[in-house]
Design a protein around this ligand. Structure first.
Ligand SMILES: [Zn+2]
Length: 244
């Protein structure tokens, strides 16, 4: 195990840059308050996670710590949500986990046991999100077990009254799902305020799709690639499955 403040031996600076960029994006997007949220990445037999109390919007290298996946000790000042991150990595194929406090999603989590999007992007990218409830909703083994169980079947899970846990292949993918979820939750919240009546539990924009087909590929794969002869790249074909 590395000491707090030291880079992991594999790809340290690049990992820090990813954490800092996504952490800053989460704060500027209003998904977390100054010292809330946490980020982790699976790295072999270890995981790299943000320090307890770190400001995700102003991360420095000392805010990343590396701990073993299968130990139970309180390690190096890691986030208090370390038990949940460990449980999710143990029971799912997650490579990254992003935990935020999206305000509209938290409001909706107080209203039922699942959140179903009404809008097209939410239906396409996010789908139904389960809501789990724990007697102790911060750093408890109970919430770790409930969230890990839910994330075996879903990419996203809301902890009632607390926040969102998302598993992804990359931090960018987890951030994409997080922002799409909160944007969709805001639509649902506003629809309720406007008195719009929709059938409970149904996506107003169409039926949900299988989760693994919703996600965009990493950004570099979405960009048109120039031909090998150096001539201008052709425009990328429009994917009719991708919402505007
Ligand atoms: Zn939290």
């Amino acid at each position: 195990m590395l000491e707090s403040g030291k880079f992991p031996s594999t790809g340290g600076p690049a990992i820090f840059e990813d954490f800092a960029q996504i952490g800053g994006d989460c704060f500027r997007s209003g998904l977390i308050s100054s010292h809330a949220g946490n980020i982790s990445l699976r790295s072999g037999d270890s995981l790299i996670i943000t320090r307890h109390g770190a400001m995700l919007g102003r991360l420095c290298p000392e805010d990343l710590v590396e701990v073993l996946l299968d130990e139970e000790q309180d390690a190096s000042g890691a986030s208090c949500e370390l038990p949940t991150h460990r449980a999710v990595y143990a029971r799912t194929p997650a490579r990254t986990i992003l935990h935020t406090h999206p305000p509209h999603g938290i409001v909706l989590s107080l209203l039922g046991s699942r959140i179903v999007p009404l809008d097209a992007e939410g239906c396409h990218l996010v789908g139904e999100v389960p809501v789990v409830s724990a007697a102790s909703a911060v750093g408890s083994l109970e919430m770790a077990d409930l969230i890990a169980e839910a994330l075996q079947d879903y990419r996203l899970c809301m902890l009632r009254g607390h926040g969102l846990f998302v598993r992804g292949e990359t931090l960018e993918e987890a951030f994409c799902l997080t922002t799409a979820f909160e944007a969709s939750a805001r639509v649902s919240y506003l629809a309720r305020l406007a008195g719009i009546s929709v059938h409970s539990g149904e996506c107003a924009a169409g039926p949900p799709r299988p989760s693994d087909e919703r996600l965009p590929r990493p950004s570099e794969d979405r960009l048109p690639r120039p031909p090998a002869d150096g001539s201008p790249a052709a425009a990328a074909p429009h994917n009719p499955e991708t919402p505007a």
